[in-house]
Design a protein around this ligand. Structure first.
Ligand SMILES: Nc1ncnc2c1ncn2[C@@H]1O[C@H](COP(=O)(O)OP(=O)(O)OP(=O)(O)O)[C@@H](O)[C@H]1O
Ligand SMILES: O=P(O)(O)OC[C@H]1O[C@H](OP(=O)(O)OP(=O)(O)O)[C@H](O)[C@@H]1O
Ligand SMILES: O=C(O)c1cccnc1
Ligand SMILES: [Mg+2]
Length: 663
């Protein structure tokens, strides 16, 4: 079954009610490290194949300097177990690749190997998770459980990192902003791109531009258009068609003619000269509107009609140059004068009323803007490093200063003028435009300017919906940009986010590991100089204890042989390594964290849909106190061990730590 759905640029087909998708074909037993297979052979040779083993899959630190992680990738792990089987060609390849000394019997063993003797316990996919609490606990014959290591890690590591990253973007953006993932072109390859789309959706994004992800995972696909579409038209003479049927009457009308008429009247209302708007841009917008009259969304920042806004006065360049000035490395550079700035931080929405500031800027012949350092036309007497420092601080804290340049605003207004003209023409023919995308410049300021323009038109032309046109912003957005935009004030409805989201630029790996914790009933511990790296030995259960107000208080690990903690019963919770750190907790709620997800060769729980996992992320995050979730210096969430497990760990540690000899 499929339904037609309107995206912000194009009508797309969305598949609904489909059953689950197939696993990416690249996920197969040979998607592993060679050493898993060589170890498997050595286990086989030494008769350890069926030793009953327990492995924990866990991470040691939360990513992005945060204090929580979203667990994701479980469904893919279960599918991997379901399909685990070496094909004939896999066996052939291994025979060619491994040393000749490997006995044929091993290949026969592999040929018949599957995951039916394995049992997998896990947290629910989409739950918040914390360091050292295993996300997955897996037990069964040593050889197979070992062979699963790398693939399970690759399925969980990036998925969880991505879902966490997306959830963080959702937190800073707030629940009413639309978040679109635009990262495929910048992702770590095609598979990275697909996973990014899937797990950013789970983490709280609303859609993706990645069409295959839409098809495979039933994620909403969304999109606008690229600068190429605008620049592909040089003038209105290129328009092959300018006619559009009226939505109600069906009569063919000349959309271009109407757009030109509206542009003339708008230019007076908005005080923008039509000479400053590009005809090519108008032609492109008209043609796009004819193609998608119900989904007209346009990029409004393509043409810098009178100047180049990138160069010396882009926010990045100004900040860089500001730093160079501060360091004395760029003093002689032409065109890099001290930026204006009196240290006052402007709310972005106030900027375009501040003619004093904007009026001071001039445009150089070469197209670069020169920003007059003197706000009042007087010589600035404060010329020492202090003043420079002040300027740099002004720049770094309010990039909007860059936009004091009048022509930046003008060039943006050209796109806006053309968009509004076409939107009004569409309105005449019974259609509603969708909105604009801004992909450069000061997103706070320009979004306010756009909204102000829409409101003005809504008022002047008595078209109420015009004021609610969607404003999409994109361009290298990250968590900090959104926080900063929130502080400055903006009117953006939707962020399109690519590079920083999908590459997880701030922390490119989660660092999940897979450690043997028990074999044939004997606990195993891996020691390390680095206490953080000492493993938690033994087969364990995990619980989340809740406070009376419903917040998660602490995660507790116990030996599986211990009774579950009980509501209202005092539990001693101990720091796993620091003896003096301990506390009694009387939980108001106790949640056993593990469910058996795979047993006897079958997935043993009903698997939630992507939407349900996405919902779980939000409900699970709600159980966390806000101080654990804040971006700056969040409070660490406590992970503890029972008194019993504490003593067990430390006894085992002593037993396993060799006693040195001093000489
Ligand atoms: N108001 C704002 N506050 C903080 N950061 C912003 C603001 N507006 C935009 N940004 C960010 O500033 C950066 C813009 O940098 P850049 O120098 O590349 O400018 P640009 O407008 O993209 O220029 P170009 O014409 O070269 O594309 C982007 O990362 C963008 O997300
Ligand atoms: O900026 P991101 O967060 O990665 O979002 C995706 C970017 O992809 C497109 O840019 P494009 O590929 O056209 O290149 P550009 O960087 O020159 O805009 C789009 O205009 C966004 O800017
Ligand atoms: O649809 C868009 O606007 C889009 C898609 C991918 C990358 N940048 C923008
Ligand atoms: Mg871009």
């Amino acid at each position: 079954m499929c339904e037609r759905e309107l995206s912000c640029g194009a009508e797309v087909t969305r598949y609904v009610g489909r059953t689950r998708f197939n696993q990416n074909g690249v996920v197969q037993p040979l998607l592993t490290d060679l050493y898993q297979i060589t170890m498997a052979y050595a286990y086989w040779k030494s008769g350890k194949t069926d030793d009953h083993s327990v492995f924990d899959l866990f991470f040691r630190n939360n990513p992005f300097q945060g204090e929580f992680t979203i667990f994701a990738g479980l469904e893919e792990c279960l599918k991997f177990l379901e399909n685990f089987h070496y094909s004939d060609s896999d066996i052939e390849y291994l025979k060619l690749t491994l040393p000749d000394s490997i006995e044929d019997g091993f290949y026969e063993y592999l040929r018949n190997l599957d995951a039916k003797d394995v049992t997998l316990y896990a947290l629910d996919e989409g739950s918040v998770a914390f360091p050292r609490v295993p996300l997955i606990k897996i037990e069964g014959p040593l050889i197979i459980v070992q062979l699963l290591e790398t693939t399970l890690l690759t399925l969980v590591n990036y998925a969880s990192l991505m879902a966490t990253n997306a959830a963080r973007y959702r937190m800073v953006a707030g629940k009413h902003i639309n978040l679109l993932e635009f990262g495929l072109r910048r992702a770590q390859g095609p598979d990275g791109g697909l996973s990014a789309s899937k797990y950013s959706y789970i983490g709280g994004f609303d859609g993706t531009s990645n069409v295959l992800a839409g098809k495979l995972f039933n994620i909403p696909v969304r999109g606008t258009h690229a600068h190429a579409y605008i620049t592909s038209f040089t003038g209105i003479s290129e328009l092959k068609t300018r006619m559009l049927r009226h939505k109600v009457t069906g009569v063919q009308e000349d959309l271009l003619e109407r757009a030109i008429l509206h542009r003339d009247s708008l230019s007076r209302v908005l005080d923008i000269s039509t000479e400053e708007s590009s005809e090519g841009e108008l032609a492109a917008m008209v043609s796009f509107a004819i193609a998608f009259p119900d989904g007209f969304m346009a990029l409004v920042d393509t043409y810098d009609v009178k100047s180049q806004i990138s160069g010396q006065h882009s926010p990045k360049k100004l900040i860089e140059n500001g730093h160079k000035l501060l360091n004395g490395t760029n003093n002689k550079r032409k065109g890099t004068k001290r930026p204006s700035g009196n240290g006052k931080l402007l709310n972005a929405c106030e900027l375009n009323n501040n003619d004093d500031l904007r009026g001071e800027n001039s445009v150089k012949e070469n197209g670069a803007h020169e920003v007059n350092p003197n706000l009042n036309g007087k010589q600035n007497e404060k010329s020492a490093p202090n003043k420079l420092k002040e300027s740099v601080e002004t720049l770094t804290t309010a990039t909007s200063k860059y936009y004091l340049s009048k022509s930046v605003e003008k060039s943006f207004r050209s796109g806006l003028l053309n968009f509004c003209a076409v939107a009004l023409a569409l309105h005449d023919l019974g259609y509603r435009a969708v909105g604009v995308r801004i992909d450069s410049g000061d997103l706070a300021y320009l979004s306010c300017l756009a909204r102000e323009t829409f409101e003005k038109i809504a008022h002047c032309f008595r078209i109420d919906w015009f004021k609610n046109l969607t404003i999409v912003a994109s361009n290298d957005i990250n968590e900090e940009t959104i926080l900063s935009l929130n502080e400055q004030g903006h009117k953006i409805d939707c962020f399109g986010i690519g590079t920083h989201l999908v590459t997880c630029q701030r922390q490119p790996a989660l660092g999940c590991v897979y450690k043997l914790v028990e074999i044939n009933g004997q606990a195993r511990i891996k020691l390390s100089q680095d206490v953080e790296k000492v493993t938690m030995p033994g087969n364990k259960n995990a619980y989340r204890l809740y406070s009376a107000d419903g917040h998660a208080l602490i995660d507790l690990l116990q030996k599986v042989t211990e009774p579950d903690p009980e509501v209202g019963q005092k539990v001693l919770c101990r720091h796993p390594f620091q003896e003096s750190k301990r506390a009694y907790v009387i939980p108001s709620g106790v949640e056993p964290l593990y469910k058996v997800y795979w047993k006897n060769g079958k997935i043993s729980q009903p698997l939630p849909s992507l939407e349900q996992i996405r919902d779980r992320v939000q409900t699970s995050l709600k159980t966390l106190r806000t101080d654990h979730k804040r971006t700056l210096n969040p409070t660490p969430y406590k992970v503890a061990v029972s008194d019993n497990l504490y003593n067990f760990i430390h006894d085992l540690w002593l037993q396993n730590a060799p006693i040195g000899e001093l000489s």
